[in-house]
Each structure stands twice: as C-alpha cells, then as structure tokens.
Design a protein around this ligand. Sequence first.
Ligand SMILES: Nc1ncnc2c1ncn2[C@@H]1O[C@H](COP(=O)(O)OP(=O)(O)OP(=O)(O)O)[C@@H](O)[C@H]1O
Ligand code: SF4
Ligand SMILES: [Mg+2]
Length: 352
Amino acid sequence: MKSGWFRHERAASCSGFARPLPHQGSLKALATGTKAPFIDAVCGVSFEIRKGETLALVGESGSGKSTIARTIIGLQRAVSGSISFDGQEIEELSGAERKPYLRRIAMMFQDPIGSLSPRLTVRSLLTEPFRIHGLKDRDAGSEAERLLRMVGLPADFVRRYPHQLSGGQARRVGIARALALDPDLIIADEPTAGLDVSVQGEVLNLLARLQDELGMAILIITHNLNVVRHMTDRMAIMYLGRFIEVGSTERIFEHPRHPYTEALLAANPEPDPDAVLNRIELKGEVPSLLRRPSGCEFHTRCRYAQDICHRVFPEPLASPDDTEHSFRCHFPLEGEAVQREQELLFPVEEGI
Ligand SMILES: Nc1ncnc2c1ncn2[C@@H]1O[C@H](COP(=O)(O)OP(=O)(O)OP(=O)(O)O)[C@@H](O)[C@H]1O
Ligand code: SF4
Ligand SMILES: [Mg+2]
C-alpha cells in the first residue's frame, strides 16, 4: 500500500472496518431475551486520501457511505482495522488524544438545516468549533464575520437562527463552520442534497473555489454522478458496505470494469437532451446486510452472473495498465464486451 497522508487500512478479517451496528434496539433485545444481533455496515474497506485531492464515495442508499464518514471523525468506532492521519494512527487514541487530529478534519453532515443546532445563532454555530477546541484567544465576532465572508453570506447573518436560513444558506453556513479551524480534510456528506439545481451549482463552485484557495482535501459523498465527474480526482463505488471499484474518476467514467458501476453510470441522467441513453436496469432489491448473498454479493442483480459468481467471493483485481484502478469481479467488463480472460488481470494486494 502506498504511503498515504490520510489512510484507512482494511481490517485483516472481513468482519469490518466500522463497528457493526445493532439492527434492533437493546430494549427490544432485553424484552425478547435475545442478544442484539449486529450488521457489518462497512466491511473490508481500505483507501487513502491524498493532500489536496477530492475523492468521491458513491453507492446506493444504505451502502455504508455515511458510516465511513462517521467513523473517520470518531462518531462511531471501528471494530477492527486502522485509521491514520498524517502518519499518526488515530483509531487507538483516547478521545482527548484524538482531538488535535480531529481538529484538522471537518464534517459537513447530510442534512444542512437539521445538522445545525436550532437554538444557536449563526454566530454561535460558527464559533462553536473554537470553544470545543479551547481556542479562547479568537474574537468570536470577527471570526464569524470572516467565515461568512468566505462563503459569500452577509455579515448580519450572524444574528440569524437555522430556521431563518434557506437550504442553500444553511449549506453555506455548514461550509463556513467546517472551515473555522482551517482543516486539511473536509468530509462533505451529500453537500447538494435537497437543494435546487442552481443552488447546487453555487455550493459546488464555492467548495471548488475554497479548495483551490485553501488546498484542503475533500471526501465527497454523493449520489450525483455529474458532481463526481466534474469535481473529483478519484472515486470509490460501494455496494453492501464494500468497495467494489476504485480508481481515477476519468478512467472509471470512460471505462467502468464492474457491472454495478456500469449500471450506475448508465442510469445517470445525461445533461445533453439529444444523447442516446443506454440504460441498464438493475433487477431485484438491494440484499439485506443481515443476509449477505454468497459468493459475489452483487450476483443477485448482475446480468453477467455465472455459476462461479454464486459461490466464490471475488478478490480485488487491477487493470494491468493502471494498478490504481481496481475492482472486485470475476468477469470485469472490457470495453463493450464482457472480458472473461483472467490472465489479462492480476490480483491486487491492497487497496479495495
Ligand atoms: N444506528 C444504526 N443502527 C442500525 N443500523 C444502522 C445504523 N446506522 C446505519 N445503519 C445501517 O447501516 C447501513 C449503512 O448506513 P449508512 O448511513 O452508512 O448508508 P449511506 O450509504 O450513507 O446511505 P444514504 O445514501 O441513504 O445516506 C444501512 O443499512 C443502515 O440502515
Ligand atoms: S463477479 Fe459475477 S456476479 Fe459479481 S459482478 Fe462480476 S460478473 Fe457480476
Ligand atoms: Mg448517508
């Protein structure tokens, strides 16, 4: 594995990177006399984010994207595996020891208004990170105005409460708050969700401009493949809590190797109204995390599935001409046709 500035190491076993989540409450477990069973929401995932780059996490609802984000910032602890930041292993640190590292990572949560405490003014929201991290020397008033200026909001917004903000304004406040401690990494969970198309563009342009000016890395979680295509350097596609394809965004859009990626890209709305869409319909429901399918977990919906796919879990493979492009499939796509010649491929030791 390459030395990464920010890195997740895959857990040795596949039992997980993120702590398995109880799928029933402990009260119910107590009442029924059962032990609360757990699900592996994220499993066997390994990746790095390089300084200043933008990495996208893509996948259907419930595939584990936000779980990864929450685990990075310590809202959930990983059951196994490791998370390192700028060379320091942070997963094993106590809460207080983690604080200096977490200060360098900022999170924009999925719900722009809901993630802002309704009782706090914008000024308090923007300066809360200083209080949490004990930076008492900062002048709250001028810091709040500076941050509002950075995201293009008027200074008098400091007196507003979240319910007085539109979705786009709340998102800008969320970005301003994320910038408060001058982070090296911003995790943006669905930064455009719930916003009008024109406001989505404004928010994305703002994020891109700030990244140019400040040089932070961005981990962007989104369903919007047009955002992925235009904003990110690399992308990872998730299915049932695993990475099934990882690589440069340009390459994956041009040449997806995993059938699930192919279907996702084919379903993406094309900005050109005259473009001919070759939609690939994904049949079947997303399987339950409680009953993961045997073999390749995508076989229940894959139009290329063969007998081996039902039985054998595919190990990661990489393209011979681009070892950063890896995928988990016994029969990765080769151009228009399905390539079934395994000798053209070689196994990847790490990275998916
Ligand atoms: N606290 C929890 N208790 C039980 N299951 C949970 C909990 N949080 C998440 N899950 C489950 O873990 C899986 C991954 O959830 P996660 O929120 O990471 O998905 P996601 O990819 O971010 O989805 P979305 O695109 O809808 O935001 C889902 O099946 C979800 O139902
Ligand atoms: S391993 Fe088989 S079922 Fe899985 S994605 Fe590849 S072709 Fe489809
Ligand atoms: Mg989510």
